[in-house]
Design a protein around this ligand. Structure first.
Ligand code: PGA
Length: 252
């Protein structure tokens, strides 16, 4: 049985005190959702220590939205994987499309970040996904295949067993446009096949999350699909009630 995961990517939102309130809201309502759902919250770096405190004693896990490609040293403004791990993070989002698009992250950078994540016992949530132009040109399969081959194929089997993938079509992020459940299933199944080509049966265990305008009203339909194991949630993760309601979308 694959893990069911609902992860909140807060992006650059909330002030620290607001983040703490949000985390407390998730902890408070968590009991209303099946304990089989693994909740993760990924606040900005500045809130990690305070949110870690707010999550104490609950099963809601902490993640960061990024980490540096280097271990430590003269890299002004960067935050090392060891630092976020020391604050209690279990997960780190890597390769989000906003980082690829606005901060020039390439597969070469992401290979180094993945290495840093594993060196610090963090589970990467590795994001893949095509933009609108690529989707319209029918290139979405090739795009996600390359994003997986160039990074995930470099992992050892042991590392791969500690990986979460998030499929996030760029055209669906923050736009209100969601991939249909069938579109999600089609590409999730394809991603699992690409993973199986390299890692064999271990691919059946890898959680693959859907992300892109996922909300309480569409989560259940998307999560009902065979190869969809949960969601990476942006906007709807900023309200504890909505975030938790998405977790209720698991009927399997
Ligand atoms: P969204 O963002 O849910 O606001 O579309 C998802 C993401 O980018 O992780």
């Amino acid at each position: 049985m694959r893990k069911k995961i609902v992860a909140g990517n807060w992006k650059m939102n909330t002030l620290p005190a607001e983040g703490v309130e949000l985390a407390k809201g998730v902890v408070a309502g968590r009991g209303e959702v099946c304990s089989c759902v693994n909740f993760i919250v990924c606040p900005p770096f500045t809130h990690l220590a305070m949110v870690a405190e707010a999550l104490k004693g609950s099963d809601v896990a902490l993640g960061a939205q990024n980490c540096a490609a280097e271990a430590k040293g003269a890299y002004t403004g960067e935050v090392a994987a060891s630092m976020i791990a020391a604050l209690g993070c279990k997960y780190v989002i890597l390769g989000h499309s906003e980082r690829r698009q606005y901060y020039g992250e390439t597969s070469a950078t992401l290979n180094k970040k993945m290495e840093q994540a594993y060196a610090n016992n963090l589970v990467p949530i590795y994001c893949v996904g095509e933009n609108l132009e690529e989707r319209e040109a029918g290139k979405h399969f090739d795009v996600v295949k390359a994003q997986i081959e160039e990074v995930v194929y470099n992992l050892t089997e042991e590392q791969f067993r500690n990986l979460v993938i998030a499929y996030e079509p760029v055209w669906a992020i923050g736009t209100g446009k969601t991939a249909t459940a069938d579109q999600a299933q089609e590409i999730h199944a394809y991603i699992r096949k690409v993973l199986a080509d390299k890692f064999g049966t271990a691919a059946a265990e890898c959680p693959i999350l859907y992300g892109g305008s996922c909300k309480p009203s569409n989560a259940a339909e998307i999560f009902a699909k065979e190869d969809v194991d949960g969601g990476l949630i942006g906007g709807a993760a900023l309200k504890a009630e909505d975030f938790l309601a998405i977790g209720k979308g698991f009927a399997k």
